[in-house]
Design a protein around this ligand. Structure first.
Ligand SMILES: *[C@@H]1O[C@H](CO)[C@@H](O)[C@H](O)[C@H]1NC(C)=O
Ligand SMILES: *[C@@H]1O[C@H](CO)[C@@H](O)[C@H](O)[C@H]1NC(C)=O
Length: 300
């Protein structure tokens, strides 16, 4: 089949079926209840961080502005796939339109922006702890605003290419996705024209984003730890330690699951593992972040 024929055939796949969790009805209802509670608590926790930062002048510092943006991102990111998953758990009609599927993929991929925000936050902590004297002059409000803009723009743009590729990729059936939302791997597997280049490009782009931000964050926390250990023991050191520990916990949660998902070869092929790991990083990370930040932080 030529590329053009295949592209015409795109018309035949108007919607995809998201299999989700094809288990017993009772288990699905139970999952629905559990996931709804987690989703509600996630929204609540992240919204309270944003409100706390907005309402308190004391928290109008770069660190908290970045954190509020990060929380906002998590709300968007969780809301891109969880409501549809919840609806599919209790509904018999598990279809999603072609456009809806691409949009879902696009917004879910905003987790790239999450990597950028984590990098910006580690840069901020690095300056604050390793260059305390220069911190107020370097990390001005303007720089902070610029960082925020770069993170959002970076998140939207770096995935735009993948989304364009995906919308080109002709889908002529089958249209059954054994997943609970339209993720890259399952979608690529359904494309009917062999597109090794697309697969390769997608893999390259996502690994570049994951590894670059991860290496950057790792480097800043190594320097940070080094600096913190040189500070004489005392309250200052403890405070620096606990802030960095909470940031680092979030980083490990996020990158741990992302790496298992996108880097380990076996997890991709097995739909069960794939669903479980995806579920972990798309629900657990945003759920734990507010807890980690507010429990470990006296300002909050
Ligand atoms: C399922 O819902 C979609 C809209 O979300 C609709 O277009 C489609 O016709 C429905 N299918 C069935 C079998 O009800
Ligand atoms: C994100 O950062 C911008 C610029 O620093 C700030 O004005 C905005 O209030 C932040 N967004 C949230 C949701 O806090």
């Amino acid at each position: 089949m030529g590329i053009l024929d295949a592209r015409n055939a795109t018309r035949f796949v108007r919607e995809f079926i998201l299999l989700g969790f094809p288990w017993h009805r009772e288990i699905q209802v139970l999952l629905f209840v559990i996931f709804s509670i987690i989703y509600f608590l996630t929204l609540l926790g992240n919204t309270s961080i944003i409100c706390a930062v907005w309402s308190s002048l004391k928290l109008h510092t770069p660190m908290y502005i970045l954190l509020a943006n990060f929380s906002f991102l998590e709300i968007c990111y969780v809301s891109s796939d969880v409501p549809k998953m919840l609806a599919n758990l209790i509904s018999q009609n598990k279809s999603i339109s072609y456009t809806g599927c691409l949009l879902q993929f696009y917004f879910f991929s905003m987790c790239a922006a999450e990597g950028y925000f984590l990098s910006a936050m580690s840069f901020d902590r690095f300056l604050a702890i390793c260059r305390p004297l220069h911190y107020p002059t370097i990390m001005t409000y303007h720089l902070c605003v610029r960082l925020v803009i770069c993170c959002w723009a970076g998140g939207f743009l770096s995935i735009l290419m993948l989304a364009v590729f995906m919308s080109w990729g002709p889908f002529c059936g089958p249209n059954i996705i054994d997943h609970f939302f339209c993720d890259l791997g399952p979608l690529l597997a359904l494309s009917c024209v062999p597109i090794p280049k697309t697969t390769l490009t997608c893999a390259t782009v996502s690994s570049l984003i994951i590894f670059n931000t991860f290496l950057y964050i790792l480097a800043s926390y190594t320097l940070l730890l080094h600096a913190v250990l040189r500070v004489p023991a005392g309250s200052g050191r403890n405070k620096a330690f606990s802030t960095c520990a909470s940031h680092f916990l979030v980083v490990s949660l996020f990158y741990g699951s992302v790496m298992v998902m996108y880097v380990s070869p076996g997890s991709r092929s097995h739909p069960g593992t794939q669903k479980f790991v995806t579920l972990f990083y798309c629900m657990a990370t945003p759920f734990f972040n507010p807890l980690i930040y507010s429990l470990r932080n006296k300002d909050m």
